[in-house]
Write a protein that binds this ligand. Structure first.
Ligand code: GAP
Length: 514
């Protein structure tokens, strides 16, 4: 099945099984805004718990905060977001549609890539086993031509994005003959900058002085609380402050479901260090964060670092952790060495001294910062994409199974009476009442047992427990495992021990300490 079709299936699965709904669904939705349903919210909470505990439980020198979404408007001037948090936009006069100029050019670069891959695929088919792909790529004239066009475009594009040079971006669009996918025309306006922050007014007066912004990142809430936390917590460098919260960006091109949203959630940690030690910590956090991702067991081959060549003016190192989504490797997390930029800016704009007194050297200085920043929703999407499987069973049947890491699954155990009579429901409820204090346990009695198993497979429940007539005599139940569909007869009193450790967040956290 084409990856595009797989992705469509995942999106509809999310809706059908109560993971993610379009926001305001009965009003036909609100673009790039989504709601999490009864299963989605459990999965999301588990992701957040895994991250939070990995930061504040496993590190003695990391504490958490929860800062407000509304912040003093000068914060966004200091951080650079008022002046520079922009996307370059272009309109097509015929379709009246608005596009990100950088996306149009990136799509064009991708077209050259596709052309190269098509040539290679054709040749592979033609030459069969004797095909030398590396040589073909180096020597085939059509491949070389596409490569040369791709590289030239990439170079022009990278240069135009520095600044950025809006006229140069438009010229590239014209020179490449890029057409609007809807109208098919090249009737483009000039490229303009568009600020991504949402604004509103605070209080009863609607003049400019009351204009405030919805935060576009949670990080600034940490920077402006640096002094409060350092002093009240008597924190010594190096130390970190973690936060999970909503962020808002007026994304113009909202694509790929919950990959790019207008309201989303971030999990950010700022780690403050002594200047000069930041590269060492940057390397350490790269390693720790990759380990956090890989502990989920999705396979190391599905992750990669994408180190930034061109750095933002405040950063001296930056990398993304990318995950293989059905639409290619995509950024899930950013790790940035942000120097002392943010704290220095807030010192300048607030007029307050934000220095650290180092008792070891008797010096005062502005700490440097390593940031780890991950989107909850992107993490959610990567987990759904990797876990979704249409499994072919013996006898030609298929089942949809979500192979979620057990610790993240919304429901850990479903308890089912074989039939709705003969005292089996009562016995099943007894089992639920024992397990529900330890992990999310559901009672299920509707439909045939086979259908109930399938429903649980589809939401990723790792364990199903069936109560039958023998249970009333021997206190044993059938324990069914989601991944293998194997079944085992076990004593009711053994269930907690078998299941609890495997579904706990602690089981994931222990892998990080290994
Ligand atoms: N404080 C740094 C910062 O915000 P970013 O690269 O703009 O850096 C960090 O965002 C992470 O937030 C991204 O790696 C991504 O996972 C998530 N993110 C950013 N924009 C998003 C959007 N529009 N929708 C969903 N997630 C987003």
């Amino acid at each position: 099945m084409a990856q595009e079709d797989v992705f469509k299936k995942i999106v509809s699965h999310c809706k059908e099984y109560g993971f993610v709904f379009p926001s305001s669904d009965i009003y036909d939705g609100l673009a790039a805004v989504y709601d999490y349903g009864q299963n989605g919210v459990e999965l999301k909470n588990n992701i957040k718990e895994y991250w939070w505990k990995s930061m504040v439980l496993l590190h003695e020198n990391i504490v958490g905060i929860d800062s407000a979404i509304f912040m003093h408007p000068t914060i966004w001037k200091a951080s650079g977001h008022v002046d520079a948090f922009n996307d370059p936009l272009i309109d097509n006069r015929d379709s009246k549609k608005r596009y990100r100029a950088d996306n149009l050019i990136e799509d064009q670069i991708a077209k050259y890539e596709e052309k190269i891959e098509k040539e290679v695929a054709k040749a592979r088919k033609r030459f069969g086993d004797s095909f030398d792909e590396a040589k073909f790529r180096e020597t085939n004239s059509r491949v070389l031509e596409h490569q040369q066009k791709r590289d030239a475009l990439h170079e022009r594009y990278t240069a135009a994005m520095q600044g950025p040079d809006l006229e140069a971006l438009k010229q590239i669009i014209l020179d490449e003959g890029i057409v609007d996918p809807i109208s098919g025309t090249k009737n483009w306006t000039d490229v303009r900058q568009f600020n991504l922050m949402f604004s509103t007014e605070m209080g009863s007066l609607s003049d400019a002085t009351n204009k405030i912004y919805l935060r576009p990142e949670t990080a600034q809430g940490i920077f402006v609380n640096y002094l409060n936390v350092q002093k009240t917590g008597r924190m010594k460098l190096p130390f970190g402050i973690a936060q999970i919260g909503k962020a808002f960006r007026n994304e113009i091109v909202a694509r790929q479901f919950i990959f790019r949203m207008r309201e989303f959630e971030q999990m950010e940690m700022q780690f403050f260090v002594k200047p000069g030690t930041e590269m060492e910590w940057f390397g350490k956090w790269k390693e720790l964060r990759m380990k956090w991702h890989q502990a989920l067991g999705f396979g190391a081959e599905n992750y990669r670092f994408h180190d930034h060549e061109k750095l933002a003016h405040y950063a001296n190192a930056a990398t993304d952790i990318e995950f293989r989504m059905p639409f290619g490797f995509k950024e899930v997390e950013g790790i940035h060495s942000r120097t002392d930029f943010d704290l220095s800016q807030h010192e300048k704009f607030s007029g307050r001294s934000i220095k650290y007194f180092d008792p070891e050297t008797n010096e005062s200085y502005t700490p440097y910062d390593i940031e780890t920043s991950i989107g909850v929703d992107r993490m959610f999407l990567s987990i759904m994409c990797h876990s979704y499987e249409e499994e072919q069973l013996e006898g030609g049947e298929t089942r949809v199974v979500l192979r979620l890491p057990a610790a993240l699954a919304p429901v850990k155990c479903a308890v089912m009476p074989l039939v709705k009579k003969d005292g089996l429901p009562e016995k099943a409820r007894e089992v639920v009442n024992e397990l529900k204090f330890h992990f999310n346990t559901h009672y299920e009695e509707k439909d045939s047992i086979g259908k109930r198993y399938r429903r649980q497979d589809a939401i990723g429940t790792p364990y199903c427990v069936t109560v039958d007539h023998d249970t009333l005599k021997d206190n044993k139940v059938t324990l069914r495992f989601r991944d293998t569909m194997a079944q085992e007869r076990v004593d009711i009193s053994a269930l907690l021990d078998i299941i609890e450790d495997k579904v706990s967040i602690a089981s994931l956290l222990k892998k990080l300490q290994a």
